[in-house]
Design a binder for this molecule. Structure first.
Ligand code: SF4
Length: 396
């Protein structure tokens, strides 16, 4: 059975049945993005422990493809560039019933899952960076992906690590931050502060979670809360909330025709059920999308439903307007960029078309405008996955 760790705490606090041991769980697959994240974390850890030059040499030897990424990280504004002030990769074990905290060796086998009732109920977590001030602790967590991070004050990963560090070092305040690391860009800090009252409340909530997880649960206590957090839930394939929805729809009891004449009372009832049905279908689609992201689904027609990664590029409106003006497309600059300073690649192309350009000149002007916008840092790429029906030979 898996340990309860702070990295799953955001999901577990929203949906308690998703905690390890409550439902069966599937093996978690490690994605390429997760592996790259591990490499960047190891590099930033090594920067604090052995300095940038040696860290670059050592980590590039282990992950040769990642060398340009390591080299492009600006260390000047993050703890990894200040080894004298911070400790890195500090692993904690929080005993949730008593609230005691220990610093542990994360490689020590004895810390691999201990059943809750035997010697306490442990929550494990490693802080990327910890600093100790006169009256407070600093706890930082590096984030290397582009997924939305949410507010640091709502992060249960940071809350638990803040509680752990403040308890170990006997401080009544914790300053925490999620630090988004994107190579070639300045780091972005999402910060929050927890005072003594908030730290005590975190300890109370962990105790309460432990009590829920340790007792025999009645069916009325199995309250599922489906949402975006289901995506990485190891119990997704065993979760009643999602399975019932998918099972109902896979039964395929959907009438082929809608009768032209419906009794008024049936029509009224049907109308009131439509909203419910729409939510039902949305939830089923989300569940199937999460499953298809790791294993393509075989469809009855022999094709596969797979999550195919796509890149979306968004354009900064101010830079786009300046570029179009610089290219003497005054009307296009006005049309493409709305008064609320919003634009998109489609809006730019449409505006150039309205300037009278078409065919090759339109393509050339559009490509040139995009090139200039990108050079000025006015384009941002974000990755997303889209469910796509593909032929068997193309299945990932
Ligand atoms: S799949 Fe979603 S609803 Fe089901 S247990 Fe996991 S987090 Fe909860």
């Amino acid at each position: 059975m898996k340990q309860l760790t702070v990295s799953s705490l955001n999901r577990v606090m929203k949906c308690r049945p998703s905690a390890p041991g409550v439902l069966p769980s599937a093996r978690e697959e490690s994605s390429e993005a997760a592996q790259n994240g591990t490499a960047v974390h190891a590099y930033l850890d090594a920067c604090i422990k052995i300095g940038r030059e040696q860290a670059l040499e050592q980590c590039s030897e282990r992950w040769p493809d990642m060398e340009p990424t390591f080299a492009a990280i600006d260390l000047s504004q993050i703890p990894a560039g200040q080894p004298d002030k911070f400790q890195s990769e500090l692993a904690f074990a929080i005993e949730m019933v008593s609230g005691d905290v220990q610093i542990i060796d994360p490689h020590d086998e004895s810390h691999h899952y201990i059943p809750p009732d035997a010697v306490g109920h442990w929550l494990y977590g490693t802080a990327d960076v910890v600093g100790v001030g006169e009256d407070h602790v600093l706890v930082y967590d590096y984030k290397t992906g582009r997924a939305p991070l949410g507010m640091a004050s709502n992060s249960w990963q940071l809350k638990a690590l803040a509680y752990a560090a403040a308890t170990v070092y006997g401080k009544g305040k914790a300053i925490v931050a999620l630090i988004r690391i994107i190579p070639d860009r300045p780091p972005v800090y999402y910060s929050a502060e927890f005072d003594a009252f908030e730290l005590a409340k975190i300890g109370h909530d962990l105790r309460e979670l432990s009590a829920y997880l340790r007792r025999q649960k009645t069916s009325s206590e199995m309250i599922y809360a489906p949402g975006d957090h289901c995506r990485y839930c190891p119990a997704l394939r065993f979760c009643t909330a999602n399975l019932l929805t998918v099972a109902a729809l896979s039964a395929g009891n959907i009438p082929g025709d809608i009768p032209e004449l419906l009794a008024p009372e049936l029509a009224g009832r049907a109308w009131s059920n439509i909203k419910l049905l729409e939510e039902y279908i949305e939830r089923a689609k989300t569940t199937l999308k999460h499953i298809a992201e790791s294993t393509p689904l075989i469809l009855p027609n022999g094709t596969h439903l797979a999550a195919v990664e796509q890149i979306r590029e968004s354009v900064d409106a101010e830079i786009a307007r300046e570029v179009l003006l610089g290219m003497d497309f005054e009307d296009a600059a006005r049309t493409a960029v709305e008064s609320v300073l919003k634009t998109s690649k489609d809006a730019i192309k449409k505006a150039l078309r309205e300037e009278g350009l078409k065919g090759k000149p339109l393509t050339e002007a559009y490509e040139e405008a995009l090139r200039r916008i990108r050079v000025r840092g006015g384009a941002t790429e974000s990755a997303f996955s889209k469910l796509t029906e593909i032929e068997l030979k193309d299945a990932p």
